[in-house]
Design a protein around this ligand. Structure first.
Ligand SMILES: [Zn+2]
Length: 285
């Protein structure tokens, strides 16, 4: 699928799919400096999948592309009301290739890139929230977004993870990919299908974006204990293994995932099941 994305990227790059929402005058910043920082920051929101790319795994009932778009649009509204300049990589049910998504993010100075996804796994019990980043300068953003989303969700905290997803690797800006729960898990899918929960997710992501500069490496990093003045740096798992072209790596990952799946099936005990990881690995944005 990543190869296909790239090929289509060459064909449709340049299509006028960028939708921009100007910062509004309704924001009421506490200080002029804060307002300046907010209004000079472009948040590029990337709703995962779209069009023929439904997201998730074959046979999945809830379409990931619909959930990601809804949360992205809610996030857009919240951030625009706070005075941010907001850009959507897609604002309707269309397919946008990964290179185009990244190009949009990279075309803005002082931007941050927030990719919204939901997870999926063959094992229906797989659940939880996880947030990915790649470049070290993205860690404060990942930490803050994860702190709020995982803290505000009833789902388990799967942690902050460093991995070389295409959209994260190619971004020149701080970039994160948040997996807002498993649509293959009945409980999390039920939550995701409610408006109030998607609104809650958007609010938590917005809080993370606003609070990204407040991340400090305080002790007790993995618990939600911060005050308004600080957000603890989340510990993270490094799952990155980027040594060759994305195409060959993608193939290898796939093989490795399949092997891991079959060899660990008999154990079937870890809550962070191999199916979940495999699914995440196959998904390039
Ligand atoms: Zn996805």
């Amino acid at each position: 699928m990543p190869t296909r994305f790239r090929r289509l990227g060459l064909l449709v790059a340049g299509l006028p799919i960028v939708l921009s929402v100007g910062g509004t005058s309704t924001a009421a910043p506490r200080t002029r400096d804060a307002q300046k920082t907010v209004s000079s920051t472009t948040v590029v929101i990337d709703a995962g999948h779209g069009g023929y790319d439904r997201g998730g795994i074959p046979g999945q009932k809830v379409a990931e592309k619909e959930m990601t778009l809804d949360v992205a649009q809610r996030l857009k509204t919240l951030l625009a009301a706070s005075g941010y300049h907001v850009v959507m990589t897609r604002d309707s049910d269309v397919f946008v290739p990964l290179p185009t998504r990244v190009a949009i993010a990279n075309s803005y100075a002082n931007a941050i890139f927030v990719c919204i996804h939901f997870n999926s796994a063959k094992r229906v019990g797989a659940d939880g929230i996880e947030t990915y980043f790649y470049g070290r300068d993205s860690l404060p953003l990942a930490s803050a977004v994860h702190y709020y989303v995982a803290g505000g969700a009833p789902s388990p905290n799967r942690g902050v993870r460093r991995r070389g997803y295409y959209v994260l690797r190619k971004a020149n800006t701080p970039a994160v990919l948040v997996e807002c729960g498993f649509l293959t898990n009945p409980t999390e899918a039920a939550y995701a299908q409610t408006v109030s929960y998607r609104q809650k997710l958007a609010e938590e992501i917005a809080a993370g974006i606003r609070g990204r500069s407040l991340v400090t490496s305080a002790p007790g990093a993995s618990t939600r204990v911060a005050t308004d003045e600080s957000i603890p740096l989340q510990s993270y798992t490094d799952q990155t293994n980027v040594r060759s072209s994305s195409r060959s790596r993608s193939k290898r990952s796939h093989k490795r995932s399949s092997r891991a799946k079959s060899s660990t099936k008999k154990k079937s005990s870890t809550p962070d099941g191999p199916e979940a990881s495999a699914t995440s690995k196959e998904r390039e944005g």
